[in-house]
Design a protein around this ligand. Sequence first.
Ligand SMILES: [Zn+2]
Length: 107
Amino acid sequence: MSPEPIIHRCECEACKAGLDTETAKSHQRINLFLSRLNEPQKRWYVATLSEEADGSSDRQLTLITGLDEKTIRRGKAELQDQLAVVPVDRQRRAGGGRLRAEKKTGS
Ligand SMILES: [Zn+2]
């Protein structure tokens, strides 16, 4: 049973003013995506946004995503460290076996 995902509402100027700009749409997409991620995945994603050359500042990302700057910095540090703290196996789907070939080709 998974709870209804809570989608953060961006608190930047454009979104608070209710403007329907590309910026606002992009912020909504970011928050929609974030709503489906777990905590570590959220901070890594926001960390990558933060490190984009023309990306938003951490302060801005805090407004957009609701993650605090400390969390974003932590995400960046973990990425810098090649996500050494994260066991790779956990990221894979369990029991993702091969589908049985049982096609009905009514010829
Ligand atoms: Zn916004």
